[in-house]
Design a protein around this ligand. Structure first.
Ligand code: NAP
Ligand code: GDD
Length: 344
């Protein structure tokens, strides 16, 4: 049998790098697609660039989700068995500042990829994975599952909901194998530095080294269902190996506040955080010596935010045989430890 081939759009991102590791381990030929950048943007896949896989099993390509011709060109030249569309302007807060660009990349970008598969007559050959998100639920029922109504509350979520329905539409209209992975927040040492978990673990590692420092945060009361990115990319692959295309919620089933994440991260360096004050004046201090380590910066609040995301992954457990291996405390620990190591 010919080797399986997979194209990963967004290969330089957190998930793209972990998925590349997984697929290479499974023996795939991987076409890793990145966009042009004025500085190096391959840190998360440098270990692959420097390995025996580079240009033997892992082949880099350039394309941009805002540029149909670049997508058509690379899909035509590679005709992969599987396309994982992980490319996105993925920062929710940023999407309020750049709603048009976010829609162009996250909504129309997905349409461009699906349309390229159709135009190139690859519907019977190429399967499509859409990186959907728990953000599409907004503030609705808890826990959220595949049947929960959607009420997106950010330009990012609205764009991703367009991509979600477009994926289903190509499946129903043209019989394409196209699936939505509705993934809840997933983190790890490769997480972008401006997402709240990594922002906290990096700051905690710095405070551990310098014995002082303050983290400025926004909404401490938001609850998120945080899982481990390595576990989650495996679910993407599993969805693509099913007989029938379908959509799945991937989560841990537990939610925690940003405040709890802060407390747990500091616990890993032996500091107990006490909270004092209210609202914008709330601070987090070291219980033992009174040093201030957390303050509120109103600039980090969003025009609208989701109060709680907590997913019910029972469909994925039943059909894909998937369940999360790493839960909250271990996730925080592995991220803090990794940032401490990087800081040395
Ligand atoms: P990420 O680290 O932000 O990676 C996004 C990737 O998309 C990067 O490779 C980025 O390139 C690329 N990209 C951005 N704009 C592009 C464009 N116009 N053309 C081509 N590539 C572009 O995100 P992630 O955490 O790995 O998430 C992967 C996907 O899952 C995203 O679609 C995200 O929205 C979705 N998702 C993530 C989570 C989560 O908790 N991580 C949960 C649910 C859904 P650069 O490296 O050059 O910026
Ligand atoms: N980024 C950030 N920075 N968030 C903060 C901060 C801060 O200083 N302070 C509080 N928060 C709160 C946010 O308001 C939000 O409620 C929560 O922390 C999580 O924020 P992020 O880590 O930025 O992630 P997100 O939940 O908005 O989005 C991530 O998860 C989605 C899945 O639910 C991203 O990875 C999205 O791409 C993904 O779709």
């Amino acid at each position: 049998m010919k080797k399986k081939t997979a194209m990963i759009l967004g290969v330089t991102g957190q998930d793209g790098s972990h998925l590349s590791d997984l697929l290479l381990k499974k023996g795939y030929l991987v076409y890793g697609v990145k966009r042009r950048s004025s500085s190096f943007n391959t840190q998360r896949i440098d270990h692959i660039y420097n390995s025996k896989y580079f240009n033997t099993k892992f082949f880099p390509f350039y394309a941009d989700l805002t540029d149909s011709s670049s997508l058509l060109k690379i899909i035509q030249s590679t005709k992969p068995h599987e396309i994982y569309n992980l490319s996105a302007q993925s920062h929710v807060h940023t999407s309020f500042e750049t709603p048009e660009y976010t829609a162009n990349t996250d909504a129309i970008g997905s349409l461009r990829v699906l349309e390229a598969i159709k135009i190139l007559k690859l519907i019977d050959k190429t399967k499509y994975y859409q990186a959907s998100t728990s953000e599409i639920f907004g503030n609705t029922q808890i826990p959220q599952r595949e049947t929960t109504p959607f009420r997106p509350t950010s330009p990012y979520a609205i764009s991703k909901l367009y991509a979600y329905w477009t994926t289903i539409n190509y499946r129903e209209s043209y019989g394409m194998f196209a699936v939505n992975g509705i993934l809840f927040n997933h983190e790890g040492p490769r997480r972008g530095e401006t997402f709240v978990t990594r922002k906290i673990t990096r700051a905690v590692a710095k405070i551990n080294k310098e014995k002082r420092g303050i983290i400025y945060l926004g909404n401490l009361n938001a609850k998120r269902d945080w899982g481990y990115a390595v576990d989650y990319v495996e679910s993407m692959w599993k969805m693509m190996q099913q007989k029938k295309p379908d959509d799945f919620v991937i989560s841990t089933g537990e939610s925690h506040t940003v405040r709890e994440f802060v407390e747990e991260a500091f616990k890993n360096i032996g500091i107990k955080i006490l909270w004092k004050g209210k609202g914008l004046n709330e601070i987090g201090i070291n219980k033992d010596n009174g040093k201030v380590h957390v303050k509120i910066d109103p600039g980090y609040f969003r025009p609208t935010d989701i109060s709680e995301l907590r997913g019910d992954y029972s469909k994925a457990k039943k059909i894909l045989g998937w369940k999360p291996k790493v839960k909250f405390k271990d996730l925080v620990k592995l991220m803090v430890q990794s940032d401490i190591k990087k800081n040395k």
